[in-house]
Design a protein around this ligand. Structure first.
Ligand SMILES: Cc1cc2nc3c(=O)[nH]c(=O)nc-3n(C[C@H](O)[C@H](O)[C@H](O)COP(=O)(O)OP(=O)(O)OC[C@H]3O[C@@H](n4cnc5c(N)ncnc54)[C@H](O)[C@@H]3O)c2cc1C
Ligand SMILES: NC(=O)c1ccc[n+]([C@@H]2O[C@H](COP(=O)([O-])OP(=O)(O)OC[C@H]3O[C@@H](n4cnc5c(N)ncnc54)[C@H](OP(=O)(O)O)[C@@H]3O)[C@@H](O)[C@H]2O)c1
Ligand SMILES: Cc1cc2nc3c(=O)[nH]c(=O)nc-3n(C[C@H](O)[C@H](O)[C@H](O)COP(=O)(O)O)c2cc1C
Length: 592
């Protein structure tokens, strides 16, 4: 009897299983028919449980955790639909291994300036070098994560899609691209995907280890349903004389059940400054209480501008839309592909009021104003505390964005919201943004090298508190830098205590403006090159956090130089070695 026949029997238990001439009484016949039907049901279940299910791996390339978290959700949904599915890092597979897969769903973000996440950079090199059609016979689909504020929007996801196609793989569906707000594109991707996959018999997914792992990500409070965390305190870290304003923020998690680990970030949903909202209303001569449709709800215009729309900074799509609607010749020239650098310059330091001032009449209709502006997105902040030491709290290190332009004081939406507008005791909506890559090594004896100038210190403060609270030994080395020692040495006392009690084995600092010549963390690293190389040979994990545009690149170049000078490698070998460290999780960057 085959599986279908078995299933038919199971769904039709009234069928008589005993021949009519079998020597049984009607009661015995009924009992025995019931007994055999029960046996068949059991057999059918066992057969279905061992029948091979379609393998549907979900491969992710992620730097700050979003693609990974979506991949886990997708794999879980695939399992509940009867597929054999697990989330796996793309960078952990070779092209040869991928070629052996029948199907692969890929979720990939883009970092740097159009680059792959660190964990996928070796894979990307292999993909570029491949020839012929090694992927013929496999089917795939790509969900690309990115941000339209970068001119190389979703570049890595796009490149993956192109290369898989040219190497012979077949697209299950067209690539879906997500711009910051991932929920809608993620939904679209799934809705298009499932009808294209041969549907296995629906069955309850067996409880696997991955399910248990997923329970870790099944949050009570999420990006869509953030926790209103009360602000417990807000201390200024930068001292008198500093030209920066860095705050140590403590939020209460008491009673929330929110859990996090050192290396994770907090997502903050801010509200825009009322003055900027008012300025836009005045410019466009719109009534604050006009009803508008916004993200599926009817809201008063002023509320929609305050809590749902990005107005403190400009995005590329907004400028393009505005230029087309108003036929502004200067902007039309700026949004041409060849002017991307000039457009980037134009965007920096301008907000929605600057844009609308160029043609407010076109947006006198409140709905058109809302439709022009992109949705407000949460901002991420690296967590600088650990539950092991700060049991019902989460701490953040926030550099407040303030600047003056055209005689108007301006500010970043989230950093000024936390610094100015939320009172102590008032709440701010937050959620935990997991970054499973940015973790202390499993073996506490593994040495760690932490490079974190400016606010990049945040996750390392969490690491050090964690190691102290858990009494972990093993060597730790921190490179910190900022402008001036007397006012910008963030967490100085704590770091010196860690150094004194041995939690921190070595601290090297670089203050850039205490002398005529710039003095940066990478200069300290190069000076200590021989010793750094010896730590690396001992298996040290290297962590970098902070500014992406300048610092992370220069630190990467310094590490390369150290491998060349002290590890006797060629430039190319040193570069590859670092990429391999990146793919294997020994060199981890959380840069922004
Ligand atoms: C994974 C991750 C971790 C992060 N961790 C931290 C952290 O620990 N601490 C931290 O402080 N930040 C951190 N950030 C950065 C943080 O998320 C925000 O981007 C930052 O605080 C600015 O947000 P905002 O809402 O205040 O400003 P926005 O409203 O986003 O405004 C920023 C805009 O202001 C303008 N601007 C900024 N500075 C100037 C200037 N000097 N002159 C003119 N215009 C200017 C530019 O147009 C810029 O695009 C992290 C980012 C990521 C992705
Ligand atoms: N895009 C920009 O122009 C810009 C400018 C400042 C900050 N930011 C952003 O603001 C946020 C917070 O900044 P932050 O407070 O953490 O500090 P930060 O601006 O990153 O500065 C910390 C320290 O790093 C130094 N630094 C500058 N360039 C460097 C390089 N190439 N290599 C190594 N160190 C370098 C700074 O020196 P000096 O300042 O003396 O050069 C300072 O001493 C980050 O997101 C950062 O990216 C952006
Ligand atoms: C430092 C930095 C650089 C980025 N560079 C790009 C880029 O070049 N192109 C792009 O489309 N998105 C870029 N992004 C946006 C990310 O791709 C986007 O936030 C994505 O959701 C992150 O996914 P992940 O957490 O899985 O890495 C960048 C983000 C950061 C923090």
């Amino acid at each position: 009897m085959n599986e279908q026949q078995l299933a038919a029997r199971v769904t039709a238990p009234a069928i008589a299983l005993l021949p009519d001439d079998a020597p049984f009484s009607p009661d015995q016949r009924a009992w025995l028919n019931g007994f055999f039907a029960g046996l068949l049901t059991q057999l059918a279940r066992q057969t279905a449980a061992v029948a091979p299910r379609l393998r549907l791996p979900v491969l992710y390339a992620s730097q700050t955790g979003s693609a990974e978290s979506l991949a886990r959700k997708l794999a879980k949904e695939a399992r509940s639909r009867g597929f054999d599915s697990q989330a796996q890092a793309l960078g952990a597979l070779s092209l040869e291994q991928i070629a052996k897969l029948e199907h692969a769903l890929i979720i990939a973000s883009t970092h740097g300036e159009g680059e792959p996440p660190d964990t996928a950079s070796v894979f990307a090199m292999q993909l570029e070098a491949a020839q012929g059609t090694p992927l013929a016979g496999m089917k795939y689909a790509v969900l690309a994560l990115g941000d339209r504020n970068y001119s190389s929007f979703c570049q890595f996801g796009r490149r993956l899609d192109e290369r898989f196609d040219s190497l012979g793989a077949k697209r299950l569906i067209d690539r879906v691209e997500a711009d910051n707000a991932v929920d809608e594109p993620f939904k679209q991707f799934r809705e298009r995907l499932w009808p294209r996959l041969q549907h296995p018999a629906p069955m309850a997914a067996p409880q696997t280890q991955a399910d248990e792992d997923d329970d870790g990500t099944k949050e009570v409070w999420t990006r869509q349903r953030p926790y209103p965390a009360p602000l417990r305190s807000r201390q200024r870290l930068s001292g008198p004389g500093s030209d920066k304003e860095v705050r140590h923020i403590v939020l209460s998690l008491s009673g929330s059940n929110l859990r996090y680990e050192p290396g994770d970030a907090i997502g903050v949903w801010p509200r825009n400054a009322p003055e900027l909202v008012q300025q836009i209303l005045t410019l466009c001569a719109c009534p604050p209480d006009a009803a508008v449709q916004c993200d599926g709800a009817t809201l008063a215009l002023a509320e929609a501008l305050a809590s749902r729309r990005e107005i403190a900074k400009l995005s590329i799509p907004t400028v393009i839309k505005f230029a087309r609607l108003t036929a502004d010749p200067e902007l039309l020239a700026l949004v041409r592909p060849e002017s991307s650098k000039q457009l980037e310059k134009f965007l920096f330091g301008r907000d929605a009021a600057d844009l609308l001032a160029r043609g407010p009449d076109a947006f006198a209709d409140p709905q058109s104003l809302i439709d022009l502006l992109p949705p407000l997105t949460p901002r991420l902040y690296s967590i600088c505390s650990t539950l092991a030491a700060h049991s019902d709290e989460v701490h953040l290190t926030i550099s407040v964005v303030r600047y003056l332009r055209d005689s108007r004081e301006r500010g970043g939406v989230a950093s000024t919201d936390v610094a100015d507008r939320i009172g102590v005791g008032e709440t701010i909506p937050v959620y935990v943004h997991r970054n499973t890559r940015f973790r202390l090594p499993g073996d506490p004896a593994t040495p760690i090298i932490m490079i974190g100038p400016g606010t990049g210190i945040a996750p390392f403060r969490a690491f050090l508190h964690q190691r102290k609270a858990l009494d972990l030994t093993g060597r730790t080395w921190l490179f910190f830098g900022d402008r001036r020692a007397h006012c910008d040495f963030l967490y100085r006392e704590e770091l010196e205590t860690f150094l004194h009690d041995g939690t921190l084995s070595r601290l090297d600092v670089a203050f850039s403006r205490d002398q005529a010549q710039k003095n940066y963390v990478q200069h300290r690293m190069l000076e200590a090159g021989r010793e750094l190389w010896s730590w690396i040979q001992d298996g040290a994990h290297i962590f970098v956090c902070g500014d992406a545009t300048r610092m992370a690149k220069d630190v990467d170049a310094a590490l390369q130089r150290i491998l060349v000078e002290h590890g006797a490698m060629s430039e190319a070998a040193a570069q590859l070695e670092l990429r391999i460290f990146g793919a294997s999780g020994r060199y981890v960057r959380d840069v922004y």
